[in-house]
Design a protein around this ligand. Sequence first.
Ligand SMILES: [Zn+2]
Length: 532
Amino acid sequence: MSKERLYLFDTTLRDGAQTSGVDFSLADKILIAGMLDELGVDYVEGGYPGANPTDTGFFEEKRTDRATFTAFGMTKRAGVSLSNDPGLRDLLAAHADAICFVAKTWDYHVEVALKTSEQENLEGIRQSVAAAREAGREVLLDCEHFFDGYKANPAYALACAKAAHDAGARWVVLCDTNGGTMPEEVAAIVAEVAKTIPGDHLGIHAHNDTDQAIANSLAAVRAGARQVQGTLNGIGERCGNASLTSLIPTLMLKPAYAERFEIGISEAGLAGLTPLAHRFDELVNRAPNRQAAYVGASAFTTKAGIHASAIARDPRTYEHVPPEKVGNRRHVLVSDQAGKANLIAELSRMGIAVDRADRRLDTLLSELKAREAIGYAYENADASFELLARRTLGDVPDYFEVESFHVTVERRHNALGELVSVSEAVVKMIVGGERLLSVSEGNGPVNALDRALRKDLGDYRHAIADLELTDYRVRILNGGTEAVTRVLIESSDASGDSWFTVGVSENIVDASFEALIDSMTYKLMRAGVEPT
Ligand SMILES: [Zn+2]
């Protein structure tokens, strides 16, 4: 039986740009369009040409190879002719394969917001769609507030959708603009609309205001819609849009959808989804959501000992899909709840085979518990855990030894009279039997230490040249002046890999230093560098 084709429409660069804290540059947009194109989505909506210089610049050329490159804009304004509408002119001038018009379909909005007549709004839809078709573009109509509009006045909402379809729009997209519609309402309304407009011309654009954007999208698909709109990692205004990062694996891995539909994403694309989701977060400078479905760091993570031993025996006992299918991985947390089973499972994932009867395992377990009692948290610091484990088992090389360090922080006015803060670090270390002294300035004490360490790591310098500190998190434990500080550092390198290290001390600089040293040692060890 041949499968029905479902089309994925990405609006990360248009609706996703409405996310608070997200501000795409032209270079970001070009990069993200490339990522989406490579992933295999069918449509990449790039923005609103004419609305701002970035979007106008973005549409100066086609930015996708495979995906239908789509420009977004309003239908013709009421009271002006097609040729006198500057918005429409900008849209038609954009180097896009398709134009997605947005139009009001809720009678209340037509009267109150547009201050125009229902008839004139319908005419605007008709003329705009026809003009874009004449210009050789594929056309989509985003029916704004469709579900609320349909509940208020079904005949008018449907008339708007039909006007677009009759004028030659390839897709009529039903938008839950406020994001408050329930899945059962979406299902009922889409099924009704599909009696007038065939489902393979209907799209769904769901927002996540009741945490049901995915449920609403799937309800629409089951009711007949064949285009689904969404964004990477579900970014978007307010609570976001439907997350394509969650939808794609569901459509490809859940039999109810996978057996019935096919989408444009390959198995390889699916297997690259987790790295892609993280790269995207990196680009928009957001901390990844650890609990994101499929791609979150915790999505296949188990903590309790009893689950861990079951997972070690058969992963299917606690995993709804195999993590590697989406490019994620199984992770057994090593924590103070750890039993031997967790430990063995995690060690074996790292490629360390240890016999259950090995006494060093008990040493590692008690060391782990003692350290967690004073504030270390290894469940979020995989690299520090691996170092601790390998040290206990005796296979971490002694790359270098830090004898002492000294950091100063100075806040003063510079020659221009500006208030500046300058840090200087002096590190004394022994590398390859040689005593070295390294001095460096930085914009803060940790930065100065990092630079001083890198400056004089002798033969190791080239091996850590691409190491980058990508995230730095500080937690104060216990509270009060006797507080202990826990620092978690995320590092990455040119290969795209990232790892976490942890340091704990009463002193924040000291804790940072410990995490920093772990990160460098881990990088050297993984690169297979021989100690000098
Ligand atoms: Zn939207």
